[in-house]
Design a protein around this ligand. Sequence first.
Ligand code: DLL
Length: 435
Amino acid sequence: MKDLTPDKASLDAIEIASPDEIQALQLKRMRKSLAHAYANVDHYREAFDEKGVHPEDLKSLSDLAHFPFTVKQDLRDNYPFGMFAVKRDQVNRIHASSGTTGQPTVIGYTANDLNMWSEVMQRSLRAAGMKRGDVLHNAYGYGLFTGGLGVHGGAEAMGLTVVPVSGGMTQRQVRLIEDFGAKGISVTPSYALSILDEYREQGFDPKNSPLQVGIFGAEPWTNAMRKEVEDAFDMHAIDIYGLSEVIGPGVSMECVEAKDGLHIWEDHFYPEVINPDTGELLPDGELGELVFTSLTKEAFPIVRYRTRDLTRLLPGTARSMRRMEKITGRSDDMIILRGVNVFPTQIEEQLMSVNELAPHFQIELERDDRLDKMIVKVEANPGVDDQATRQAASTALAEKIKSSIGVTAQVIAGDVGSVPRSQGKAVRVIDNRPK
Ligand code: DLL
């Protein structure tokens, strides 16, 4: 793998500022942002009044803990534009969640918001080792999903050659990476695996591909998966995080030279970690639910938004801003199986350690005789055809799951292609248990 460490001179001054400078800027911006939300969004005014707090009560950053949380339902209740803090005609772009599980949530951006997004995306791409003139193959979905256009905006503004390929048509993805000489690929890790399979299918050695770095996010993935993809493509794999409610991709990013968690661009997005059951603020270093307050957003300021993502806050390293640990999972994705909490990433980690099995998986939950059952569907690697070897690999995985996680799973190793492939965010869990 090539050393892609960016020049210090190319970083924004704030990326290497002292924690004191960062906090002073945060406090100034937070006061302004809370006042903006209070003055212009009925929901925030009512929620603050109900809690008996006013933006002027914020004397220090820790006072934020007195302000109310915002949850996804608040956004749904104010569908479509009720959470906007500017007039509709000042909104330059709209994104929305798919709304497969209910009312979609709608996010708006002013021209300044789009510039800020581009700025944090440029930082993120630089942290991945991308430089002006490099080719970026952007396989995140374009459209209402923030992945495609979000990465695109920053990439174009910093002078990359962007290939706006979006997800799907996997055969063509391989061809374009090869023909256009992509140095970077931005893609969900699960779709990166589909592209990897396609390389092999077409008889190309992925190690010889022009790719030097993968910018992977939009879903949880493990360090075991990182190693698998880095070895296969001989490229770096870096984690990028974000959510539409806060802005989209580029809220936090790992640095290619450190790969030790994601630096949160804290001059725009203020993080807190709370106990998800009690809402109590936790000190840095403790695992809990990540909460964000935007500091500079105009169209859609967000106050103490509960992400449901589980992580911990860590001090800065390659950059001054704090890091968040790689996300273990979302509280929504947590499976409770006979009283034991299981995250799909824990299954992924074990799966990666069984050589005969491919990295694709899906978990099915069933209920038999009032007892919950977990079935892990995986695939044998190409060439692993005999039943005895497959059976032994399945047993090995079931044993690893039992000893590391403490749950009993039935593992079924099917043929290549038997686990549905993702073209964006992978669906890891199918819950067939009666409600
Ligand atoms: O997934 C934005 C994004 C696009 C991020 C492209 C990175 C790359 P949403 O569709 O609103 O936005 O989904 C946000 O996805 O709350 C997490 O649960 C999950 N997620 C995003 N990035 C990561 C990551 C985009 N790096 C939700 N690791 C978040 C783990 C992630 N989970």
